[in-house]
Ligand binder design. Structure first.
Ligand code: ZN
Length: 238
């Protein structure tokens, strides 16, 4: 029997237990660094050295050997491998923990920390190490035209057409570790909630701002509730 397509949305809550600094929590990065100094196109124009320093430090944090995919990342990779239908993972996280856990059908709607993008030719480079304002693009060879491949405040998230197409065809939408107040991701559940036959599920540490619109909700640490939910799903118990 055909099983429904699944769209999974993940946010900072799934990476937190992997030891990464979060951006939006009460004690997260945005409580220590001003967004307008490091995470807007204007900041990069004004002071690219400072912006590169900020993202270089984030990259070093991600490469720290203590930072590893956790049981929740692994459960979602297993879901993609074993589910007899389509599974698209849409993450708001810029870390690479989903890939390291084995997920392949994946959209990074807010970009990827380890990648740089050339503003001259558009080429993406994976993990060039420390990025400086002098560094040259490996494709067009222009120096000083690289920027972090992350979506800054005031910029459009990536691959939205692919995401909305998947939402339009999914029978199950699962939101994991996301606060429910960052748009457009917070609006995805509204796209599917009134469609007959589409189930909506929230898995989070605590009820998100939009919790009441989800049909099914489970609360607790991601490393506990995500593996439990996924194994029940794969066993046909949900
Ligand atoms: Zn280039």
């Amino acid at each position: 029997m055909a099983r429904p397509s699944i769209v999974v949305l993940t946010g900072a809550g799934i990476s937190k237990e992997s030891g990464l600094d979060t951006f939006r929590d009460k004690d997260g990065l945005w409580s220590k660094v001003r967004i307008e100094d490091v995470a807007t196109p204007e900041a990069f124009e004004r002071d690219p050295v400072r912006v590169h320093d900020f993202y270089n430090a984030r990259r070093r944090g991600l490469r720290n050997s203590n930072v590893q995919p956790n049981a929740a990342h692994r459960a979602l990779a297993e879901l993609e491998q074993r589910w007899p239908g389509e599974v698209l993972l849409v993450t708001q996280n810029i870390d690479d923990l989903h890939e390291r856990a084995g997920s392949r059908n994946l959209v990074h709607m807010h970009g990827e920390l380890l990648k740089t993008r050339c503003v001259h030719c558009g080429a993406l480079d994976a993990d060039l190490g420390e990025i400086s304002v002098e560094l040259a693009c490996t494709s067009c060879r222009e120096a000083g035209r690289l920027r972090p491949h992350v979506v800054w405040f005031g910029e459009m998230p990536l691959e939205m057409d692919r995401i909305y197409e998947a939402l339009a065809g999914c029978g199950l939408f699962i939101s994991i570790g996301t606060s429910g107040n960052v748009y457009p991701a917070a609006g995805f559940v509204q796209e599917v909630r009134y469609r007959p036959g589409t189930r909506t599920v929230e898995l989070n540490l605590e009820p998100s701002e939009g919790a009441t619109v989800f049909e099914e909700r489970h609360y607790g640490p991601a490393t506990e509730i995500v593996p439990t939910y996924v194994s029940q799903l794969l066993a046909g118990a949900r």
